[in-house]
Design a protein around this ligand. Sequence first.
Ligand code: ZN
Length: 389
Amino acid sequence: MNIIVLWLLVTPLFFAFGWFAGRIDMKTVIKQAKSLPKRLFDSLDALIESKTGVASDNICDIIEQEPQLTELQLSLGKLYRSRGENDLAIKLHNKLLNSQYLFSNDQKDNVRLELAKDFQHAGLIDRAETLLLKLVNSELYSHKAQDLLLDIYQQDKNWKDAIETAKRLATSDYSYHTEVAQFNCELSQEALIKSDNDEAMKFINHALEINRKCVRANLLLGELYANTDDHENAIKTWQLIEKQNYLYLPMVVEKMFDSYVCLNKTKEGLTLIRGYATLYPKLNFSDFLYQKLITLESSDAALDYLRDTIRNQPTSKVAALIMDTYINRSELRAEIRPDAEVIKTILLKYNEKLSNFRCGRCNFKTKTFFWQCPACYEWESINPNNSEV
Ligand SMILES: [Zn+2]
């Protein structure tokens, strides 16, 4: 009898405890459900208003309360990196790697990839490379890891590993031919600096095998021939650039002309380069041809050339060269000469200020020509003809 009374008393108590516990959990869940979106929206608002510091503080608070939100932690890591707070990103990703809420190897590989990016941004290239090499066999992140490794090898001028990585990354959609040829040209350039002509030739041949349109390879090959006084082959090689990409001809005309001079064929060289200028009136030969025409032919020949050129290239540089022609003429009236000098100086200053090489991909402007754009890291995207636009 006592046992039945006891059961009658205890059973409702169990139900009461269960109901009470349920109430507590539900309250917590409702509170979280209400508070979480609000804070996230606050973070989003802050991001929209470019208050990234406020956004990262808000997300950090959410994560402290909700450590199971691993995706949100990855987003916070990216936010830290974009703010240049690489140390915070590294700390966050290291902590996340040891989190009990990362259940699969794929999730851990994703965090390792982010950590490698942190190291790269912090300039800790060796640590980034070590981490990425471990991800090369990752099922999901192998391609991204090798892509990042390729960036690092280029940043580090480690061209041999860059070649191997680019070859592994190559697909039918993207061959990496331009990049691999350029990496070989970099190696060839290094060999040329060490006067190792055989090694330089080897890399030039590799570059042309993989990309027969590689202008830089023929430019280097021509230099290699000229360095060994084989000016006939130097000229023949540089002439091939016209068919590869004529835009690069202005980069080679001076070297080509010097080789013609070495062969005592100055006139032939000048005629060839004048022919290029006629055929490609938008290219920048004006400085070179003006100097040669005024020296080797006459002031009239230089002026005729400049008058033709300024129609296609109405630039302050060509205008300054025309002024220079007049200044050098003895018949220029003495009282006009100082004015002409002032005008020429102003035009040259204007040209110096406005004249830039420009990247066709990201529009980056530079006073110096680069084979790889320093801003977007694209190869062969900078037009070799500087302009005032
Ligand atoms: Zn660019």
